[in-house]
Design a protein around this ligand. Sequence first.
Ligand code: HAM
Length: 430
Amino acid sequence: MKLKPPKGTRDFYPDDMARRRYLHDAWRRVSQRHGFDEVDGPIFESLDLYKIKSGDGIVSELFHFKDRGDRGLAIRPEFTPTLARMVAAQANGLPKPIKWFCTPNLCRAERPQRGRLREFDQWNIDMLGEDGAIADAEVIAVAVDLLRGLGVGPEQVKVKLSHREVVRQVLTSLGVPGDKMNDAFTLLDAKDKLPPEVFSEKAKALGLGDEQVQRFETLCSQTYGVGEIDKLRNSAGIEDALDDLVAIDTALAGFGLSGWCVYDLGIVRGLAYYTGTVFELHVTTGKERALGGGGRYDKLIELFGGPSMPAVGFGMGDVVLTNLLEDENLLPENLTQPKPDAYIIAVTDAGDAALPGVVSSLRFAGLHTRMNYKATRKVGKLLKDAENCGAKFAVILDDDASNGNASVKDLATGDQQSISIEGLANHLQG
Ligand code: HAM
């Protein structure tokens, strides 16, 4: 019987893990550079936590179970509810603004497909306690900086921005009644996955006539650049909510992000907790699912029992990001596990006797040390093993080990010299 990993999960062999580490290191470096502190939470939470506000999209994708006390639990499908719970619990004691990042692995019981798995890593950037447009622009700047650092440019990825309140006002002006607003948002969110005729059919079911359906379609297919926001003002029905977007427009330009961002009112996001600005990062070829997404969730901390506190953030998954970097040849070729400083070879009985002491003294001195486990005494063969594992030095222990000496070969230059075992760590570190 061949045992396979569960559907939609991945095994990470050493080379896969080295690539995973490359992304995690990039996420961490950029987060810290922008002033975010790392946090984490449990990998499972009470089921109710996700039912409070994430919406059906996430709840139907939960892996959930009961513990022996019959309590409903779920493996985390996202980090935002955990973050809201953590902030609500200590809101008054935390210095503001709260700027947190994390890189949890998450599980969603969705159909595995390109860009979507059942277990994935997701980088989260969240800023709480600051309601100005500068916070929205700052979190977007972190996402853009990550991409820039990985070699991705604005011709490859765009940040598509919208504002739920602006969309709501436009939909109201088109005649969508208040009780159908959630359905209208769900329809907008699903637009790209629906054939045009199904979209218009569903739009008519919201109570819209042919002309309004057309205006609805136009609304979600037009995009505007940074600096062009006033063109939206001329569209019917948009009132004060546009002022938020105008402020964000100024902040985005201030952070030098104009080339990366476009406004697209077709973006509303599936998660129910977003209140204002929403955005998604999309690969411009259009062939990938969203690379990341987020927005403002100004009511969530209060809903979780904390004080009223503005919040904005995003999540970016590793799966689409890796697809993008692979397609664009942006993953460095030499991504491997760390290579040893020293590879220790024993070629006589006296060498065998000295081997464990030499290995452990080098490791205790902080050197990455590996050794030969084969019974062979053939130096040439063993030196090949040392080279193959990428070691800097081979340390050969022969009969001279009983006099306290070892032969050290620099595997890059081929130079070889006798060194006292006592001074070995110093020599290799130098
Ligand atoms: P989300 O849109 O559900 O948002 O996920 C954000 C990103 O996580 C997606 O764009 C995608 O890159 C990745 N992702 C989601 N589901 C999968 C999957 N099944 N397989 C692979 N990658 C996936 C959230 O999760 C929000 N909690 C983000 C957030 C943080 N909003 C505010 N702060």
